[in-house]
Every structure is written in C-alpha cells, then in structure tokens.
Design a protein around this ligand. Sequence first.
Ligand SMILES: C[S@@+](CC[C@H](N)C(=O)[O-])C[C@H]1O[C@@H](n2cnc3c(N)ncnc32)[C@H](O)[C@@H]1O
Length: 374
Amino acid sequence: MLCTVREAATGETVRRLGQAWRDFAERECGTYSPLYAAICRSVADDPELLALTAAAPPSGQQPNVLLAAVHYLVLAGIAHPLADVYGGRANPDLAPALFRDLCLSQRPDISQILATRHTQTNEPGRAALLAVGLAAAADLAGEPIGLLDAGCSAGLNLLIDRYRFEYGPAGSLGPADSPVSITCDLRGTPAPARLPVIAARLGLDRSPVDITRADDARWLLACVWPDTGRLARTAAAMELARQHPPKMMSGDMVTDLDAALDTFDPGLPVVVVTTSACGYLSAAQRHAFLAVLQRRARCQPLTWLSTDASGVIDAIPTPPGIAHAGASASVMGLVSFETGTAAGRAIALCHSHGAWMKWAGNHSTQTGPAARIH
Ligand SMILES: C[S@@+](CC[C@H](N)C(=O)[O-])C[C@H]1O[C@@H](n2cnc3c(N)ncnc32)[C@H](O)[C@@H]1O
C-alpha cells in the first residue's frame, strides 16, 4: 500500500515536471534558444529523464539545472557527439536524442550534479538593463549611489561601469575599449548619457560563485545556453572579475539584508538591485525582503530596482503589453519609499537576459500602504 502511494506521488511529480519542461520550452527558450527549446520539448515527454530529475532535491529539479549539468560535462571535455552540436559543428536536430543519451550514459555524474548544484546563471547582459534602470533610480534618489546586488551569483553585474553597452539607434554607453561589449536593442528612450557614480558596491548571495575555482567557473559557464552567443561574453566578464574582484558577502538575501545594508555609509542613497533572483524566494520571503527595505528606508535613502518575470514581485503592477512581449520577457520594476510606504512601478519590459528593453517610463504606477506588500 505504502509502495502504491509512493508510486502515485512519483507519477504526480513526473507529470508536474513534464509540464514545467513544456512551459520552459515555450516561455523561456522559444525562438531565443531553438536548441534548448527542442531539448526541453523532448524531455517533457520522456518519463525516464523526468524520473531522473524527480529524484533530485527540489532545487535540482528545475529544467535549467539538468541543462547546465549536461553542459558542464560537455565543457569538462567529455567525449560525446553532443559536444559538436553545442559547439555548432553538427546538426542541431540531433540534440534531443544526444542529450538523452548523455544523461542516461552519465547518470551517476548527472545525479550528483543535480543533488549538489542549483541555478547560478550570472548574466552580464542584464547589466545593459540595469544601466538604464540605475539612471532612473539615481534621478529619484540622487548620486553618488551605493549599489547592493542581492542574489548576485558571481557578482558580474557589479562590474557594470567596466562594460560597454551598444543600444543600437538609442546610443551607447561605457568604455569603448572594454573587453565586454553587450548589445541590447533599447526602445522608447535614448541610452543614458552616463551611469550614476557608484561610491560603494556589494554583492550578496547565499552561495556566491568563486570564479577562481575551476569547477565553480565551469558551472557558471555551464549555466549559459550554448546557442545564444553569450558564452564568450560571459567568459570575458569572468576574466574582468578575476582582475577586479567584486566585493561579495555570503548570506541570505532576506535574513542578511540588514547586515549587507549596514556596510554602506548611512547617508548614501542605496539602490538595491535584484535580477532574476526573487523568483527563488517564497512569497513569505519576498514579503520579508520588502518589509526590511521599507523599514530601512526610514533612516536611509533606498530604492529597489528589479528585473523578474511578471507577477513575481507583488509591489510591481503587471504592465500592459506583457502578454504579447514573447518568450523570455521580464519586467523591470522600481520601488521607492519616499512617502514611508512602498511605491512600485513597472518602468520597462525587457528580455530576461538583456537582449532588448522597451522603456515604459512613468507608466504603470502603483502606490500603497504596507498592506500591499505581499
Ligand atoms: C538566476 S541567478 C541570478 C544571478 C544574478 N542576479 C544575475 O542576474 O545574473 C539567482 C541567484 O540568486 C541566488 N539566491 C537564490 N536564493 C537566494 C537567497 N535566499 N539568498 C541569497 N541568494 C539567493 C542564487 O544563489 C543565484 O546566484
């Protein structure tokens, strides 16, 4: 009887995970990563691979983690034909079958990675979004600013003023000779004339990636999707971070937020940024995060700049147009606390890895009492 209950639970988990892989294929990959879209669709209908991920702890069950686990073995130099597909040297139509073969033939290694790693994508492309958002935040709060990146992974976005941003007809920003050049199709606003001066900066992460360790550095690269042209850019940003290590604190972005904020001069306006980090928090943790910011904002100028999927951050209203923004669309939100309560607005629609940004400006404002913070 116990066995039957367990089997039913496993069957239910496999069904749930199948739907998660289908959603990931459509919402996250779409036409942005045709390679991963095809793999994800195939995994969604593969009970054996779904069972492999179902056996992992919850953090290892996300599609991104199995995708990165396989990419990690490829980057480690495993002799498998999938390496040629990922390297653009073989027919991408072979990817789903080869992905399956690699997972099953390397099952012990894959299971070990799923049990010990979680999504740690550190996407410097998001710095192109943050550059525009930081200019708006500094308009509100003044400058110089303090920059606190909560859920910073390896802290690559703390190097924002060392990157070059090419915004197409909207302009460009940053040192022209930077080894990291990021292209973002910016619409609806010109590129900012300059970044606000950053007087102090800190990254906070529950498990900061130490890119001086070969296996951590490889995991960071493994989290990059092979067919999106971002591998070389991420590697260049990692090299820059080795030369100019960003200051980071190991800790929880909710329970250690006070300690992280304590490191800034109390008179300095601090912009707290979260990019694709709040989705990893429970609703209660997100509520607690905003409550800390609201409390701290009584004695220090604070602004919260975020990018995340629509609906993740309750203080940010759903912007018009999100339903038609396509796969991988995120919302950039800005929350200020000038009135003592959180006032959130969606200031842009953007691609989750920074490929495009559609400015909404002052559009879509939501202000409200603390009760709104949930
Ligand atoms: C998808 S990555 C995004 C990293 C980075 N913000 C970026 O945009 O490139 C999410 C990060 O949030 C971190 N994270 C998740 N939950 C956390 C928590 N409760 N406290 C601190 N960091 C957390 C993870 O370790 C991971 O590095």
